[in-house]
Write a protein that binds this ligand. Structure first.
Ligand SMILES: [Fe+2]
Ligand SMILES: [Fe+2]
Length: 191
């Protein structure tokens, strides 16, 4: 159960696979940012013991994914470099309320939605990509991202009653779908 408000539109997969090098580069950035976000939360909230082990282990897993994407880039002669990011994650994070504990709740739920969207898209890529090795890679990743989605939602449930968390997740999911509908038509994981 990914809690997404709207499925990815029909034109995304073709656009994403039109330039596999560009997509892999964006994917590498996404994995690195996912690890960075988890580590940042460990530093920002040392008082919340419930975050420590789940986020530390999630960050390690994301860095492993980062290395796995780098390997596939290198096999295709694609160099790691900076790249203009999709406005998606930045716009989603603008929804985070500024007071605690809502700030942490919303941050965890935004992370949960990013993981859910990645999971949905890895499935689309796995079904569409011609390269069998890459299809298998995407299939492996989607299981991790579904698990990461659940972990982030469960962590948020430490901060408020589950009903309230679910309600906020529905609100943020609707905004996430709107942000994607307005995203520029670039070749990225989240456009
Ligand atoms: Fe990942
Ligand atoms: Fe993840």
């Amino acid at each position: 159960m990914l809690n997404l408000a709207a499925p990815t539109g029909p034109d995304w997969t073709g656009r994403a696979l039109a330039d596999v090098g560009e997509l892999l580069l964006d994917h590498a950035h996404c994995e690195k940012k996912a690890a960075g976000m988890a580590v940042q939360l460990l530093f920002r909230y040392p008082q919340h013991g419930f975050l420590l082990v789940p986020l530390s282990s999630l960050a390690r897993e994301e860095l492993m994914h980062f290395e796995q994407v780098l390997e596939r880039m290198s096999a295709r002669g694609v160099a790691f470099r900076s790249q203009r990011p999709s406005p998606y994650a930045g716009r989603l994070k603008q929804q985070v309320r500024s007071e605690e504990p809502q700030r942490l709740t919303d941050t965890l739920l935004c992370c949960a939605l990013i993981e859910a969207r990645s999971c949905e898209r890895f499935q689309l890529l796995a079904n569409a990509v011609v390269d069998d090795e890459l299809a298998g890679f995407y299939r492996g990743l989607l299981a991790s991202e579904a698990r990461h989605h659940r972990i982030y939602v469960e962590l948020a449930c430490n901060l408020a009653p589950e009903d309230a968390i679910r309600q906020r997740l529905v609100e943020l999911a609707a905004i996430e779908a709107e942000i994607l509908a307005e995203a520029p038509p670039w070749c990225r994981m989240h456009t």
